[in-house]
Design a protein around this ligand. Structure first.
Ligand SMILES: *Cc1c(COP(=O)(O)O)cnc(C)c1O
Length: 224
């Protein structure tokens, strides 16, 4: 297994034409492969497991921007708070408060994306529109100076049906657009994280500003 450099260059080019940021999802992949992609100029990497992220960050160049893209448990926030660049999957006030607390301890402002549930599958995490609305208004009323809600994240259904996936991304973009009008000191929606290996082109067409791509760059992952 090795990094697919050709795929990387092609995807990079495609995305930079649209001004979309690429997060290379390196979960389960060895640090040698991350280093390989880093040497080609990739700086943003995404991980799903806290301990794995912490271990990798300690062994790799310090200027890597680490994205936490998994479901974060409140008791693990402190482990990544000192260095994480962006937390993609926030879906509760409890978690936001904890991130704010740990941000304060580390004298940092931590960027967060709220995860919206757009897929048909029941198992995926995230907020429905009503819950999102509630979480945003609660956050606006609380003084949380050590977080910024800087966007939304969503995952489309795991489906071959491109039309379904497109409709789900359209929906997320519509929700996102509603909130970009309401900015407060710690709610500044500008990032829309949507699109993975199988659907990043559709996501790009539907207004994504950040895609999270793993297997196209690093090859398939073995099941954990
Ligand atoms: C694993 C993962 C990805 C990347 O998936 P690929 O299909 O390998 O591109 C993107 N986003 C999240 C939240 C993930 O867990």
């Amino acid at each position: 297994m090795a990094v697919n450099k050709e795929a990387y260059q092609l995807i990079k080019k495609e995305l930079s034409n649209r001004n979309i940021k690429l997060v290379a999802v390196s979960k389960t992949k060895p640090i040698e492969e991350i280093q390989e992609l880093y040497d080609l100029g990739q700086k943003d990497f995404g991980e799903n497991y806290v301990q794995e992220l912490v271990d990798k960050a300690s062994q790799l160049p310090k200027d890597i921007c680490w994205h936490y893209i998994g479901h974060l448990q409140t008791n693990k926030v402190k482990l990544i708070a000192p260095f994480v660049q962006l937390i993609h999957g926030v879906d509760s006030l409890k978690l936001l408060k904890e991130i704010n607390k740990e941000g304060m301890k580390n004298n940092r402002v931590i960027d967060c994306l709220l995860q919206v549930h757009i897929a048909q599958e029941e198992t995926k995490f995230g907020l429905n529109e009503e819950e999102l609305n509630e979480l945003i208004s609660q956050s606006a009323n609380l003084k949380m100076n050590n977080i910024i809600i800087c966007g939304l994240m969503g995952m489309a259904s795991f489906s071959e049906n491109g039309n379904l996936v497109r409709e789900e991304f359209k929906k997320l973009k519509r929700i996102f657009d509603q909130y970009t009008k309401h900015q407060t000191s710690n709610i500044k929606l500008q990032t829309l994280s949507m699109g993975m290996s199988s659907d990043y082109r559709i996501a790009a067409e539907e207004g994504s500003t950040m895609v999270r791509i793993g297997s196209l760059l690093f090859g398939e992952r073995s099941k954990m």
